[in-house]
Design a protein around this ligand. Sequence first.
Ligand code: SF4
Length: 733
Amino acid sequence: MTDGTVTSATPVTAKSVCRCCGGFCPVIATLDGSRIEKVEGNPDAPLHRGFICPKGRALATQQNDPNRLKHSLKRMPDGSFVPISKDQLIDEIAEKVRQCIEEYGPDSVASYMGNPVHEQPATAPMMVSFLEAIGSNSLYTVATIDQPGMFVSDALHGTWEGGHVPLDLLDVFLIIGGNPIISKQYANNNPGQRLKSFVGRGGKLIVIDPRRTETARRAAVHLQGIPGEDPAILAGLIHLVIKGGGTDAAFVKENATGLDALTAAVSPFTPDYVAQRAGVDPEQLRQAAQLLIEAKRGDVGSGVGPSMATRGTLSTYLSRCLITLRGFWTRPGDPARSPVLLAPWQPRAQPSAPYPAIMPDAPRKPARGIGASVAGLPLNGLLEEMMTPAKGNVCAMFMHGGAMRTWPDTRKVKEALEALDLLVVHDIEMSATARVATHVIATNTQLEVPTFSQWFESVSFTHPGWGVQEPYGLYNPALATPPPDAEIMASWEIYYHVARRLGLSLKLGRIFEDRASALPMDMEREPDTDALYALLCEGSAIPLETVKQYADGHIFEEARTKVGPRSDDCSARLELADAGMMAQLQEVATEDYHARRGTGPDFPYLFIPRRIQQTTNATYRAEGILRTPYNPAYMHGTDLAQLGLSPGDLVRIRSKNGSIVGVVESDDDLRPGVLSMTHGFGANPGDDHDPREHGANVNELLSWSDDYDPLHGQPRMGAVPVSVLPIEQEEKA
Ligand code: SF4
């Protein structure tokens, strides 16, 4: 067995970590020479115990991808791509960056951090460092089209220093529009087994979801509401909890304000009103509230579903209020997130006061009137900027993510990306987004770069559903090598080289930490990825060199952190009745909800997104990993029968924003009236498109103008009214 790069022709095994999602599952690869034969879970890994999902197993296929990009490419005026040497690539990109800064200012050079950025963990810190060096504030992330409401609601409600109670200690867990068994959010390491253990020891799972998901099947109560009605359901639960004497009065008195105002705001949400409006059983609503009232320890996790279905901030805000009302936050002596490759910390069982969610003084100008928030710069409005050359508008973009398949309004996305003076995309094959780039950097696969657990730790400080609570550390060197005839760049390298060409110095710091602690990089001698990791681990709770001694990863008991007692001078309070949130709740209570939902004779169904186990939205998809190469349009059997459709039929799906052609599939776990499809499919507009081969890009149904959140700009991406028409009928019409 070896843990390093393999040169022998005899089959051997080597260890690394899957980085296709935030699960961070340790893997063992069997290699024959430099070829990876198979990838399995590492049974000796202390947290995951051998668990991986099909995407992890498909890493072998990814590594052996016959379509692998071996050289970086440059787009020619006629749209074709030609190979370009590393030196020329760096020269051209550096020159374009210089020109953009000169003509339009530093903010015209932007970076986008999508989920694939996790695959090479040095990339995000280098991207931040580069933007700082050129003086650009234009860092965009996936956050404002994923779960921006979580960041904003934390600011409005305030946060609890000790964090959420870990799953293993909960009596009750309420999940809103999330499906950990597939997404891994809220139970990263082996979610199926962890939820099974939770339920097995008497834990009660409550799930709010329009679909009887893999997770909902394990629920004590499944509230299968109408998409978009999460705020009403949550307000109804809060109303019942307060009315049923479930408020932890002592906790609330010491730690929160606004109880009376919240009580009044949720009073219209009686079980009968919520049932009528959201299509749930009032008795089930009461059962769910009773489980929340009876539980000693509990938590509420909000997923991507409610976030996309509009009013995601309000849903998450109410979920935080529910935790506070019940006093479900951690108490002294509870386990806390325990840094290993981050600096040590000592959290207390006390609130941190609310803080501004909106940053009116942020240097980047607002687009569409939506400014920067604690969720970051809004993607909403960026496309218009890209298409309008002007001082401060983005004209160059370094892209780490699959914008063509993940950003709403695909046609506009393509037009805007093609309007850029410079679009640099890192990829291992010609993805949909690479095809609209000016420069495509042939980069490493995730197994070709060393990995360490710092990112896994870091995300736990920004999102309670991700990362690790245990004092867990892991480092593995690169497991595989690129093809011998390839010229490949790690995806952080471009930032280093362009900075050097521009005569700039970089300072490298840990992501999500104060930039004051960033350390200067050696701009003379080019570092390797390991040197960057060493810099990023300066001052960590456990030295990186110690972590390196454990190829399977290790629980470092000496770094275990417990929640400390409240400090005597803590006077902060959590806010149960933020004025903006209460106003929105009143709007929910008084609106014509049928009109807001938007369904009717023209658009009788509601589209919702759906995750599948075999693929993520924005990253490489292995050949043959899916049962069908397309993303089926799932509908309830009764809906299919009413439309005269059979599974496999082609349909036109139309929203007020656009239309796609889908292939229908029956799914009686869905609520009737709902159509559910997965993001991340479809051909680029203008390319040859066969719905049975490429699937459909659901983003064509979406618009940035549709019902967007005024605080962070996320448009309606779920609960979208659509019509479904058999293609045969459309052709006759
Ligand atoms: S994609 Fe699967 S194997 Fe990879 S990290 Fe996520 S859960 Fe683990």
